[in-house]
Design a protein around this ligand. Structure first.
Ligand SMILES: C[S@@+](CC[C@H](N)C(=O)[O-])C[C@H]1O[C@@H](n2cnc3c(N)ncnc32)[C@H](O)[C@@H]1O
Length: 245
């Protein structure tokens, strides 16, 4: 049976999915705050660059899917950048994360929240102009299946964009990054959320994610063309992009 990495441990599909759900159940109510603390606020800049990198025509009535959208942070940024007529669907496997986000979207009637797995997305074929996934693909039990699903739900010509953590190539930055991730982040988890373990998983999972080149190849294998990689902040994060033919 195929196993998936949960940090450095391996579990079968069902166990992996339930372990990831458990992590996000635990962190949901402090998720946005912890993101700022863990990244020293950098996540805001990374997400801004991610949305800017989509480089879309602002006058079109586009349909967006934000997969693994959690509390809806990316959806909010999309809504504030594009015109009112766009449609956004936030898809996430974790109801707790969606509930946490939903309250802040009351004034929008063009956003839906869908509780669905990214490996079997309950959205019809050729639906979206854009599929975004920010800090989500790393947590998927079956990443290949998720990429195939992203391809399926995009219209021909549609854009897939993925923001994900990566690892700095510069030795000095890598040492600082490791010291911060293992020495400080779990401690903040303990103080703010009351638990270190979910944050140990989050930092481990970055170390077991494929290299930029390997992940870019996986995107190509799912059928995407014109794929590209853009490294940010010394490759602490990376933006991947592809198009459906
Ligand atoms: C690190 S959070 C990212 C949230 C948000 N996209 C952001 O950038 O802040 C990862 C999200 O992936 C979701 N997730 C994990 N596994 C998933 C799966 N198999 N299908 C859909 N969502 C999943 C989690 O519930 C969580 O909300």
């Amino acid at each position: 049976m195929k196993e998936s990495n949960f940090g450095f441990k391996k579990y079968n599909k069902e166990e992996h999915t339930s372990k990831v759900k458990e992590v996000f159940n635990k962190v949901a109510n402090k998720y946005d705050l912890m993101n700022d603390v863990m990244s020293l606020g950098m996540q805001r800049l990374w997400k801004k660059k991610f949305i800017d990198s989509l480089n879309l025509n602002k006058n079109e009535n586009l349909t967006f899917i934000d997969l693994a959208g959690g509390t809806g942070d990316i959806a909010k940024r999309i809504l504030s950048k594009y015109k009112k007529e766009i449609k956004v669907k936030v898809v996430d496997i974790n109801q707790e994360m969606l509930i946490e986000g939903k309250n802040s979207f009351k004034k929008f009637d063009n956003v839906d929240f869908i509780c669905s797995s990214g490996e079997s997305i309950s959205i019809t074929d050729n639906y979206a102009d854009v599929v975004t996934i920010s800090f989500g693909i790393r947590n998927m039990t079956d990443r290949e299946k998720c990429l195939e699903e992203c391809y399926r739900i995009l219209k021909p010509g549609g854009i897939f964009a993925c923001l994900e953590f990566s690892l700095p190539k510069d030795i000095l930055l890598r040492n600082l990054y490791d010291a911060w991730s293992y020495g400080i982040i779990p401690k903040f988890g303990k103080i703010i959320v009351g638990e270190e373990k979910p944050y140990k998983y989050l930092v481990d999972s970055i170390r077991t994610f494929p290299s930029n080149e390997d992940f870019n190849e996986m995107i190509g294998n799912a059928g995407f063309i014109n794929t590209s990689i853009r490294q940010l902040t010394g490759n602490i994060v990376c933006i991947y992009r592809g198009e459906k033919e």
